[in-house]
Design a protein around this ligand. Structure first.
Ligand SMILES: NC(=O)c1ccc[n+]([C@@H]2O[C@H](COP(=O)([O-])OP(=O)(O)OC[C@H]3O[C@@H](n4cnc5c(N)ncnc54)[C@H](OP(=O)(O)O)[C@@H]3O)[C@@H](O)[C@H]2O)c1
Length: 237
């Protein structure tokens, strides 16, 4: 298994929810962290060692922030070993409700921004012989479930395609890519969505964080392309 100490991991959307849980877990394991957040000034850095942590602006809807964040990470730590594409949004859009601006928003944040970050980070990840990309997708990336936002489901299916493409792009240089596909996780994202999994049955964000920590430590010989973690009884997933 890979050893966390000295490895540098970027996490988008680290301000709250799953991203913050991942950041806390990886900090406890001794990783150097580069946390991409929309408002660095508002980020509560308590609990993160300043010597091992960079907090940098990243807005998925502002393309130039992706390259700036990647370059700042490489400049600060001299290497990048992991990229966790976590930032994401859920807008309710289906064939009857929602408009194309919402669809564009979902696409920009959930799909184009991870694509852009992978594009910029890949040369750095490929440099270290065991770079890792983990894209936080969803069970909605694995199947369509009636009632769930069509726009969100489309975006998460695209994240699966992106993950497989990234795996091919980096494979020869030791980069491994995983699409982590959880069901309902207990965060703000689904707090007010009708018909969602009842709170007591949702996954705790710390469980996702533990899973990410495990995936990051796997050696190159143990590539996990997709990891589905369901809260519901369904066929296949
Ligand atoms: N919760 C679930 O049930 C669930 C299930 C499966 C997959 N997921 C996926 O897990 C990921 C994290 O979701 P979550 O549940 O932790 O949601 P959350 O609690 O709503 O947090 C979303 C995170 O994304 C960031 N973000 C939103 N728009 C952004 C933008 N334009 N640029 C940069 N960052 C932005 C937010 O930053 P701010 O604080 O600045 O808003 C926040 O850090 C998402 O990709 C989501 O699709 C969630």
């Amino acid at each position: 298994m890979l050893v966390p100490a000295g490895r540098v991991v970027m996490i988008s959307g680290a301000s709250r929810g799953i991203g913050l849980a991942i950041a806390r877990k990886l900090a406890a394991e001794g990783y150097c962290l580069s946390l991409g957040v929309r408002s660095p000034a508002r980020f509560d850095a308590g609990g993160f060692d300043p010597a091992l942590t960079l907090i940098h602006g990243f807005d998925a809807t502002v393309p130039e922030t992706a390259l700036a964040w990647v370059e700042a990470t490489a400049a600060r730590f001299g290497r990048i070993d992991g990229l966790i594409n976590n930032a994401g949004v859920l807008r309710q859009i289906d064939f009857a409700d929602g408009d194309e601006a919402m669809l564009d928003d979902i696409w920009a944040i959930n799909v184009k921004a991870p694509f852009r970050l992978i594009r910029h980070a890949l040369p750095h990840l490929a440099h270290g012989d065991n770079g890792r990309i983990i894209n936080i997708a969803s069970t909605d990336g694995k199947r369509y479930r009636p009632g769930v936002s069509v726009g969100y489901t489309m975006s998460k299916h695209a994240v699966l395609a992106l993950t497989h493409a990234a795996k091919f792009a980096g494979w020869e240089h030791g980069v491994r890519a995983t699409a982590l596909c959880p069901g309902a996780v207990d965060t703000d994202l689904i707090a007010n969505i009708p018909g969602v999994t009842p709170r007591q049955d949702r996954i705790d964000p710390t469980t996702i964080a533990e899973t990410v920590a495990f995936l990051l430590r796997l050696p190159n010989s143990s590539s996990v392309a997709e990891l589905v973690m369901n809260t519901r009884l369904e066929t296949s997933i």
